[in-house]
Design a protein around this ligand. Structure first.
Ligand SMILES: [Fe+2]
Ligand SMILES: [Fe+2]
Length: 507
């Protein structure tokens, strides 16, 4: 039975992006990660507290003390505190602080505020006092006014007696860099990572609050899916690559996000309206929300379910509707309700629940069924006997077209994914092993994607992009895929390719 029993309540992931090798030791990086993260979170907390109480209040004193502790330990070990924002990340002394999904709020706040104030970097001197930090945070939080935001802020800080904290204006650097070519793919990579992990974090919240029976955050989900549509319309490869990494700790949440991305890709390629694709995305995100009603012993069971357990399991479709009826944006939840109840109904009316007469199987549901099967099949599961590669999953979907799946949806899906979907690990005819990173736009070249090969040269790992559509002067293809491989068969981590500036830190 190919059901998508997802592991509810799994610890959420520590998905992180680090820096290039900058000569730091692993201990240095671990230090900067821990202390950088703490500093960002504490400054955030202090800024919030200062909005409620003045600097002499006990609560304020305590958070300021914590900020000082962070500053002192960083200064002691590093000799300097230089915080810079770049491409939606924060860097501490040029080390990119990894963002854990559950800490997205404080990071997003600072990146956004720095951008708004046109500040690129903040240097905090050794002599900085708690009073200066308080004055700095208060001035920083004041609403922007006037023409020259940066100069205005600097003047206010001077007037408030802040002398040990220096700001760098980003406009100055931006003009210096105008002749440097912007790397578009790097931007898409960052943006895709950002929106992907924000959505994973959101799903973490949604599934947890559903368990705690709070109000669902449908509007936030909608904003994120709208953002994803923009990326899909520009270059979907990075999002698909992220969706192909299934060995995240946060797979429970990532499954929902993957189904969302795949569904929206199908919707976009069907030329649905942008607004409809975003609505489809929300419905796909919420498709399994009814599983929060199923006991985790059943969800996580690796053995055969009893008949009773299986009956209960099937009820996650109805529980989904029940859960979605509680949302604050009911009108927007109607699509999601249909998908929740219909995503296990087959095109030929098999599956579950049984369809009562007159009920139409909606397009959104038919799309999500394909996306859900594909992601569930390609995920690594302890109870999955045979490992399935992405191209084998596609083949299964093709073979069941007209039975389980809507043939039109299948056709669109295969066109969008190619025969070797992004993330597939392949062996080439000259023996190299690589990962598919993008499709060749031409529909006659569905079997000739672009593959990234990682090769060991001495003690360096070298990455090379190979376009399998490329031909020799004699007209023959330079390289060809021999077969696909499962990740359990090779020593290759997709995370190295699809995470922004990837280093993945296991905790
Ligand atoms: Fe699912
Ligand atoms: Fe389901």
């Amino acid at each position: 039975m190919m059901d998508d029993r997802i592991h509810m309540g799994a610890a959420h992931g520590t998905l992180t992006a680090g820096t290039d090798d900058d000569g730091r030791t692993p201990e240095d990086r671990a230090f900067l990660k821990t202390h950088g993260e703490a500093l960002v979170i504490r400054l955030f907390a202090a800024s919030k507290t200062l909005r409620l109480y003045d600097a002499t209040n006990r609560a304020t004193q305590r958070v300021l003390q914590e900020v000082m502790e962070s500053l002192n330990s960083i200064m002691e070990r590093e000799g300097r505190i230089f915080v810079r924002s770049s491409n939606s990340f924060l860097l501490l002394n040029e080390y990119r602080i990894p963002i854990e999904p559950q800490h997205y709020g404080p990071f997003e706040y600072w990146v956004g505020e720095l951008q708004k104030k046109e500040v690129e970097a903040i240097e905090i001197g050794a002599a900085t006092t708690p009073e200066e930090i308080a004055a700095f945070l208060s001035e920083f939080a004041k609403p922007d006014d006037g023409e020259d935001l940066f100069a205005g802020l600097e003047a206010r800080l001077q007037a408030a007696g802040v002398h040990n904290i220096a700001l760098t204006h980003y406009i100055e650097r931006a003009t210096q860099l105008t002749d440097v070519k912007r790397d578009l793919t790097a931007d898409v990579r960052q943006e895709s990572n950002r929106v992907y992990f924000r959505t994973v974090a959101l799903m973490g919240n949604v599934l947890r609050t559903a368990e705690e029976k709070q109000i669902l955050q449908v509007r936030k989900a909608k904003r994120l899916t709208q953002h994803m549509v923009d990326i899909i319309q520009t270059d979907e490869s990075m999002l698909l690559g992220l969706a192909s990494i299934k060995n995240f700790d946060a797979y429970t949440f990532a499954h929902c996000v993957n189904v969302c991305i795949l569904s929206m890709l199908i919707g976009d390629r069907m030329r649905l309206d942008k607004a409809d694709v975003a609505r489809l995305g929300v419905a796909a995100l919420m498709h399994d929300i009814g599983k929060t009603y199923i006991p985790s012993t059943i969800l996580n069971s690796t053995g055969q379910l009893t008949d009773r357990e299986w009956e209960l399991m099937k009820y996650h479709t109805f529980f989904g509707v029940k859960e979605l009826s509680r949302v604050n944006a009911l009108r927007e939840a109607v699509d999601s309700m249909f998908v929740a109840v219909q995503h296990h109904v087959h095109f030929n009316d098999n599956g579950y629940p049984q369809r009562a007469g007159g009920w139409k199987l909606r397009l959104f549901s038919r799309i999500v069924t394909v996306a859900d099967y594909y992601d569930a099949m390609t995920a690594w599961r302890i109870y999955q006997k045979e490992p399935i590669t992405p191209d084998q999953a596609l083949l299964f979907i093709l073979q069941n077209s007209g039975e389980i799946f809507d043939p039109f949806v299948v056709k669109v899906f295969i066109h969008a994914m190619g025969l070797y979907p992004v993330g597939t690990i392949v062996e080439l005819d000259q023996g190299e092993i690589g990962v598919v990173t993008r499709q060749n736009g031409d529909s006659k070249l569905l079997h000739r994607p672009v593959v990234e090969v990682v090769r060991q040269e001495g003690d360096r790992a070298v990455r090379e992009s190979i376009d399998l559509a490329e031909r020799n002067p004699d007209g023959n293809y330079v390289r060809t895929i021999v077969r696909s491989l499962h990740e359990s068969q090779v020593d290759l981590d997709r995370r190295l390719i699809f995470l922004a500036d990837a280093t993945v830190e296991a905790e």
